[in-house]
Design a protein around this ligand. Sequence first.
Ligand SMILES: [Zn+2]
Ligand SMILES: [Zn+2]
Ligand SMILES: [Zn+2]
Length: 737
Amino acid sequence: MQQRGKKMRFPTVASKRKPKTPIIVESPTKTRTLKRFLGDEYDVLATKGHVRDLPEKDFAVDLERGFRPTYEVIPARRRDLAVLAKHVAGADRVYLACDPDREGEAIAWHVAEVLGIEPDRRARIEFNEITERAVRAALAAPRPIDLNLVNAQQARRVLDRIVGYQLSPLLQQRLGGWGAGSRSLSAGRVQSAALRIVVERERERVAFVPQEYWRIRAVLRPVDREENFQAEVVRRDGEKLQLRNQTEADEALAELRQASYVVADVTRREVSERPQPPFRTSTLQRAASARLGFPAAKTMAVAQQLYEGVDLPEGTVGLITYMRTDSTRISAEARAAATKFIEANYGQEYVGPGARGKAAKGSQDAHEAIRPTDVSRTPDALGPYLTPDQQKLYRLIWQRFVASQMAPAVYDQTTVDISAGRYGLRTTARILRFPGWRAVYGAGEADDEAAEPGAGENGGAGNGSEPAEGIDGPAAPGEQKGKRNGEAVADRLPQLSPGEPLVLVDLLASQHFTQPPPRFTQGTLVAELERYGIGRPSTYAPILETLRQRRYVRSVGRYLVPTSLGIAVYDFLMEHFPHVMDLQFTARMEEQLDAVERGESDWVKVLEEFYEQFARWLQEAQTAEPKVIEGQTCPECGGRLVERFSRFGRFAACEKYPACKYTRDVGWAIAERCPECGQVLQVVLTRQGRLVVKCTAPECGYLRDSETHGEEAGGEESVQGGVQAAPKCEECGADLV
Ligand SMILES: [Zn+2]
Ligand SMILES: [Zn+2]
Ligand SMILES: [Zn+2]
């Protein structure tokens, strides 16, 4: 059998020669990359992906017998497996070189099981970059398949299968009946928690009441020089200045016009800004979302191409380390190569200590950060051989890695305090004295995580490098909501000394409104999931993809907005499966899978514990009577009102349906009161799939749709002869009339 197989592929090989040892990998590209430096020593073969899985049409989990899954060979893989079988038959040893994580371990195990490679012939090897050095080292250190990793993967697969198969029919039955459409509904475990985060953010945005505030800046100059500069009015009588409306702003302006301006204090200090650590999966997805506009799935697909190998003149070469990792560690060899590269191209003084992030929640930290396999392959040099997307992503990874090994950027920062009667003004200028890592990352490129709107809210979570105070730094948690515009930082200020009088040239007053917390992008949602400990490097992109495919979430530009179907599913699950929607519960399940991976928990026990609870919730949801809405009756027939669900969300219906067809909205009550009648306001989902604020009093028609313009304002008016700018919409930039 084996000889025949050899002859078919290599007819010139003499049949008496010792057969080459097979190495099995997942992808044909990886095969080419390995063959380049392993030459003819080994027989490198590809599974072309997963070979075995739970069947699509059956439940295939035996709940009575230890959750035993019944796997099925994936039909499309049958022919490839037959070829593989011929190659491995009779080999004393078969190297299983699948990717270095849970998923890869599971593929290695499935292949070995399907092909009948006995444990004493299985040699699992692991490398997190496809380079000759790493692969040779792995070949020298084979190990048995780690069944803990395999079982963690099986547990996740079975867990998701149970939830999907048992919850979806109920969802279909309860939500499918009320309303049009025949698309089948389904629910999943981890993505339900992600859906919750997106829906609740949208609800928070709709309920947000913008607060008006005004800012005043003074244009000043020294008495003897035409060197105008601006300073912001920040204090009055030693306290933070707060102007809530035009009247208050006008009062302040009147006083400021009469005041005399004197430099009170000038402070100069050195500010340094450390580089970010190299990428791990979540930070790569976030930066690629912010800087390249890549969805997470695209980032992972392109990263996989770079990892598995790209055709260069010297052959197929793996350009980056493995892209599914929660580590920011780098190998000593990579550090040494980076140091050498930085010294040669920038100089000794540009070499830094190496930025290292804290490990992410639940991180095993067994692997390495995502970095180039050879730092001397610069993005420009590789340009001709990469697709435009590969080039963009490689540049991002290369720059971030090189920057992480460079010295901090150093700025000279000057802060000038100015007194004007009982008012205090302040202005800050910052001059770059030594670029450090900015030399490779670019001075114009802001910190990629903070550059994305809303990223500041949890920027730096699980990430030990806090950039220097005041420079593109992540905002403190919670600061984002209703955050006021930051103080502008100038490049340059005139030379000023304390006691020096200043001339007032102009006063600029501008009206502003606090902004609601921003919608999530794919990048910021991944960061939020990671912050909660939900999802792992291999699952972030699939979670987002599932939400999109099920049409629970749609994209508006780069922002994620829940659909009415998504909100309806959220409502239903929150009512009947609060634990499935509970972020802490979901995070604990992930931790338990990690414990299985470490060999600290038994996977069947983890499943038993989960299923015991889940079966009870399912039973309760199936038998639950519709909730009666207390204190209200049907205005048409006097019957009781009960809570119902449909594809359009939660609503109240008369219990006498279908005899009485009365229905009305049921929303989420918010703290704000109706400006027209003083009753409780609620956020409700309209038939158009929009969340709006509506009064709960049936006779009051108050409704506020935050997506319609008119409540927004902005712009700036000069009160001393300056040009008046037209106010612009803060969302689309159009002029507001
Ligand atoms: Zn009725
Ligand atoms: Zn009202
Ligand atoms: Zn607009």
